[in-house]
Design a protein around this ligand. Sequence first.
Ligand code: HSE
Length: 440
Amino acid sequence: MTSEPKTVFVGLAGLGNVGAGVYKNLLKNGNLLTDRTGVRIQVRRIAVRTPEKHTELQVPEGMLTTDWRDLVNDPEIPVIVELIGGVTEAYHLVKTAILARKTVVTGNKALLAEHGHELVALAEREDVPLYFEAAVAGGIPIIKAVREALIGNHIKAIYGIINGTTNYILTRMSEAGLSYDDALGEAQVLGYAEADPTLDVNGWDAGHKAIVLAWLSYGAWLRPEQVHVEGVTEITQTDLRFARSMGYVVKLLGVIRLDDSNRIEVRVQPCLVPQSHILANVHGVMNAVAVYGDIVGETLFYGSGAGQNATSSSVISDLADAVDNLANEAGTNNGFIPQGHYGSCLPVDQTVSRYYLRLRVDDRPGVIASISKIIAGHGIGILSLQQPEVDPSADADLMLMLHQATYGTMKKAVAEIAALECVQTTPVLLRVESLKGRGA
Ligand code: HSE
């Protein structure tokens, strides 16, 4: 006769989109998890702000509380899942839980980007695991991949589409001709965007994830102010059309890599990606992360980057590790903790790429000459130039593809161009990425 599986109780803080997914999917696949881990994972208490909002889930009476301390203070609960989002309260919760020597599972990338340095060190000191698979790229097991499967590699570069909402917006704008607002509205209805989508569309959700990936890869917690982040709010149909006409698509890309002097480059920007590249063909809410290791070469991880089920799958995988660790006394099988700082941070002005520059200009003689003079004056070469014909009385769109330059040089050139009398609106400057691994 087989013995009864052990039960490990879990405290769930937050019953929003992802929290509700964790609760439902633990019920749905609970037996499977027990078969595989030998442990019954049972949610014992759930902390929510407004219990009346959660009648639909039919949570057993007495399980809900409005105070997460009830979870942390319960001696029967060794595992806390933090899915309340935000930074201030979540920081307090996670820190208190670690100090109470609970295992913590979180999906909170903003929390890690702000306080990861301290919380990881604290968890190490208290010898409790801190898991965060759901913090980056939703359902894609990218944390495990970098932390465990690629442990023997120097990571040369990571290029990621790591925000589902913005990828959804760009896809719908590009393929269905939707306005930015309509595309964002759809993403919100589908549950991809954060409760406040500001961090999605201004690029910082991806920025926080890039900071976590950079730490895993290079052992350094970059401060948010060291990371250059731009969002998608300024992307227009005109730019999507120009990009397409030249064989590119626009993607919000997280770039994490080392230069030849071991300086870490971390940035998130809308970029032109060649249509032939696999990342250009990642549509809708899907995320994809290309990781270049010095031994393995190029690897690619693809999957749903947001949404209830996909993200809860990652939380549940952390829970399986957590209960396995607790119940089977396997020691601290938490994956490696990156140590040390492999290099310094490369200031964004020193980062190098090719560029797309679009200008709204007067359509009259000498305009192109004055613009190209400035570009040449900064030592930047022009790869190609387009100016679609318009009615002679109208302003014209002028689009230039430019050779490699540092971002700092490019910005100076663009500032001078913007000051020309013939330039009517703020120039649009986008990077053009070749997506090559560095020395991989
Ligand atoms: N709102 C995020 C996204 C999901 O759109 O990718 C969680 O980070």
